[in-house]
Design a binder for this molecule. Structure first.
Ligand code: AMP
Ligand code: MG
Length: 424
């Protein structure tokens, strides 16, 4: 049995980033930038009005003062107007500032009287003007290689006139659940059977990483069908198997993988829940479909990556994650081992779950020989364990939003500040 840290290190040394690809902006949400992006334009691009109102020369304004309205400047067309002291130009939000104007008076602060306005407020130079470049300077980095592309990132790129970009590769995943005792939701369980829920869990988790789920299958604990299902799953970049990785007579996954020629790098990790976790890989001859895909990827790679530092071969290797069947074990091992691997393959820099400080509400001790992940609720900065801390206890998991890692032998006291991992 190896430590959680060793397991994670081994996994992250083994998986590689997939070749980058070019996507339209609208498709890039949730992907990771494959290169740095810099501002081509300052933001705002020109001095403009922050309000509907009047452009004025501040020194010629005072409460009760009358100004002559000499023109109108809408947004979208620069009429190159000029304002002299004692004059005002009607102006709208986003419209370019007239020359010599140094303030905007909000329309709510004036009384319009034919061709004139009466100012009902004091006016200070610079008021309600959005200055060129005050938000973003030309040449400033707007997106770093490996950073997640979020809705606001897309908006920023769009504001630069960018309509496509280079992102990390797409990870295709297969999910295989195993176990004679399991039936699909919608079917009728016989006495002793239970509903299969891990594939729904894993599908959601894989999606949340930004990877594509290509195949979801269930398989009985029977060697022949397991081998066939594994073979189908191995056509993807990753295969996530649940159940059947422990030490019982019905735990056939490890042997089935070995028979198929897979290399098993890790089996059993000092983590609770999740001890029987398995990680391996299968180098495969590319199928016609995948060789087409890799040819495409390779040409994209040639387009987008510097020679020699390309992400290689990952597209022809399947990484296999065997997660224990207990739902909480599957959840914890997914977050600690599968998630960072997927993110690395997608080109992410930050592979860690977000950590937040929290005040612990109870005493906790780990007397076991494995790092223990406590499921709990982070609420207003306080962390409280929820539900039964057992690996089958799905309800407690469903009520939690954070994990607290207790190291071997670690004792924590109520009111202590701890770092918790959040996934929601
Ligand atoms: P295993 O790892 O196959 O020994 O399974 C451990 C426990 O998890 C058993 O109680 C199984 O019934 C349960 N289990 C395994 N796979 C699933 C699944 N896909 N959905 C729900 N429970 C499961
Ligand atoms: Mg089983």
């Amino acid at each position: 049995m190896i430590s959680e840290e060793e397991a994670r290190k081994k996994i992250l040394e083994t998986v590689r980033s997939l070749p980058s690809r070019r996507l339209s902006l609208s498709q890039a949400l949730g992907c990771f930038a494959a290169e740095d992006y810099f501002a081509r334009l300052p933001l705002p691009g020109f001095d403009n009005s922050a309000m509907d109102g009047y452009a004025v020369v501040a020194s010629s304004c005072a409460r009760g003062k009358r100004l002559r309205v000499t023109g109108e400047q809408p947004a979208g067309r620069d009429k190159q107007l000029h304002v002299s002291p004692g004059e005002a130009v009607r102006i709208f939000t986003g419209a370019p500032m007239p020359q010599s104007a140094d303030a905007i008076v909000m329309q709510e602060d004036v009384t319009r009287d034919g061709d004139e306005i009466v100012i009902n407020t004091g006016v200070t130079a610079g008021e309600f003007i959005r200055r060129r470049g005050c938000d973003l300077s030309e040449g400033q980095r707007i997106l770093a290689k490996g950073e997640r592309i979020r809705a606001a990132t897309i908006a920023l790129l769009a504001s630069q006139g960018i309509d496509d970009l280079t992102v990390g590769g797409e990870v295709n995943a297969a999910i295989l659940s195993t176990g004679d005792e399991l039936v699909k939701p919608g079917e009728k369980p016989d006495p002793g059977q239970i509903y299969e829920s891990n594939s729904a869990l894993l599908r959601g988790l894989v999606h949340r990483c930004g990877a594509a789920v290509n195949l979801v299958e269930h398989c009985r604990d029977e060697r022949g069908s397991l081998s066939k299902a594994i073979k189908r799953g191995m056509k993807n970049h990753i295969l996530v198997i649940t159940g059947g990785v422990s030490v019982g007579e019905h735990d056939l996954v490890k042997d089935a993988l070995r028979d198929l020629g897979a290399q098993i790098d890790i089996w059993r990790v000092a983590i609770k829940p999740g001890k029987p976790f398995l990680f391996g890989r299968m180098q495969q001859r590319p199928s016609p479909q995948s060789s087409q895909r890799s040819a495409r990827s390779r040409s994209r790679e040639a387009d987008t990556m510097a020679p020699g530092k390309g992400a290689v071969a990952s597209s022809d290797c399947c990484f296999i994650f065997g997660l224990p069947g207990n739902p909480v074990s599957a959840f914890v091992t997914f977050l600690q081992f599968v998630r960072p691997a997927i993110l690395k393959m997608m080109g992410a820099i930050n592979l860690d779950l977000q950590q937040l400080p929290a005040r612990l509400t109870v005493d906790l001790t780990n007397q076991g020989d494995r790092a223990h992940y406590i499921r709990g609720k982070l609420d207003h900065g306080r962390f409280t364990p929820v539900g039964r801390q057992e690996s089958h206890a799905l309800f407690g998991l469903s009520q939690s939003n954070a994990l607290l890692r207790l190291d071997l032998g670690q004792s924590l006291k109520a009111d202590q500040i701890v770092a918790v991992q959040i996934w929601d």
